[in-house]
Ligand binder design. Structure first.
Ligand SMILES: Nc1ncnc2c1ncn2[C@@H]1O[C@H](COP(=O)(O)OP(=O)(O)OP(=O)(O)O)[C@@H](O)[C@H]1O
Length: 325
């Protein structure tokens, strides 16, 4: 994560939503102490998290960590063995009847009957959800499938089928959108388009949950990430909060290195290779010092990338990379 900062803005935290603003937001999804067993196997172990309306949660974790199981529990497709699930203010059971329209879902391995055309698939789901044919036409056009809309799905490429799957998920402009590995098979332009669509839905108040292994793609679009390992919650937070829990260093680079930095007794301890290097937790104090003590406003903060934070936190949780323990 590379962040070019206006130091004064950062010090006063003007770029961030206040806590009061956040607590006032409506919770779209709330899971409390959710566990799931498949016979003797514990797939989820007392997992809690919430997603506010208009926010995106990235679900991250190794293969088999429990991400898809969590999504299926939110959808009401499988009941948890224990714990509570609240969807748009209702218990998962109560909400199930309305989920068809209020929840949009792209499964991990979305597959449709391949003798249908793209247009027929979307029209079928539109009829189920009570959505107009006009909306189907709009989505077909927006997702770049116009030229192939009357072809059977067996002639579609993987990426074309994935585009259709995403179009199906957002058909009813849902209040909650659950995407299980949505960018698999999409070309870079289509991924960018998908995240653009997600941002539009967020602005309309949709809560979005994205399970993905493509950390560099989701990084700039998430509000918070939930990192899972072996059915347990490893970490939950914004990128900055996750970074603070990691052992990784944040650094500050200067356009022109001032003697005021080199000679500052407090900053000297962080000075290394023409950079200031420090833990994420020390950032506010360092930025404050640069601005108020050294009157330096022109610098660039380089935060650790989500992928590095993920590996660091996973390493802390498991002691060794998954698959090698
Ligand atoms: N129907 C089932 N019966 C038994 N075990 C299951 C079942 N479904 C999932 N599991 C197990 O539960 C665990 C979690 O699976 P899940 O699909 O939720 O993982 P995931 O994090 O989505 O993985 P991936 O990234 O590979 O998609 C895995 O060990 C999986 O084998």
């Amino acid at each position: 994560m590379k962040v070019a900062m206006n130091a004064a803005t950062q010090v006063h935290g003007v770029n961030h939503k206040s806590r009061a603003e956040n607590t006032m937001s409506q919770l779209a999804i709330q899971l409390t102490d959710v566990s799931l067993r498949y016979n003797d196997f514990i797939a989820l172990d007392s997992v809690s998290f919430e997603v506010e309306a208009g926010h995106t949660l990235a679900l991250l974790g190794h293969n088999g960590a429990g991400k898809s199981s969590l999504i299926k529990i939110i959808l009401g497709l499988i009941p948890p063995t224990s714990g509570t699930v609240t969807i748009l203010g209702q218990s998962a059971q109560e909400s199930q009847a309305h989920n068809c329209v209020r929840l949009g879902y792209l499964p991990e391995d979305a597959s449709f009957y391949d003798k249908l055309t793209g247009c027929e698939v979307l029209s079928y789901f539109a009829a189920l959800k009570g959505i107009s044919q006009r909306r189907v036409e709009t989505l077909i056009e927006e997702f770049g499938l116009e030229y192939a809309q009357h072809r059977q799905l067996k002639t579609y490429s993987k990426g074309m089928k994935q585009r259709l799957g995403v179009a199906q998920a957002i058909l009813a402009e849902p209040k909650i959108l659950l995407l299980d590995e949505p960018t698999v098979g999409l070309d870079p332009q289509a991924s960018q388009f998908l995240y653009g669509k997600i941002n539009q839905l967020k602005q309309a108040g949709c809560a979005v949950v994205i399970s993905t292994h493509e950390l560099s793609l989701v990084e700039s679009h998430l509000d918070r990430a939930l990192i899972m390992a072996k059915g347990k919650r490893v970490a939950l937070g914004t990128s900055s909060e996750l970074s603070r829990g990691s052992t990784l260093k944040t650094s500050i680079k200067f356009t022109e290195l001032s003697e005021r930095v080199k000679s500052n007794a407090f900053l000297q301890q962080f000075y290394c290779d023409d950079l200031l290097q420090f833990s994420a937790a020390q950032k506010p104090e360092i930025v404050q010092h640069l601005v108020s003590q050294c009157q330096i406003f022109d610098f660039e903060i380089k935060e650790p990338r989500l992928e590095d934070i993920y590996h660091d936190l996973m390493g802390q949780a498991l002691g060794s990379p998954v698959g090698q323990s």
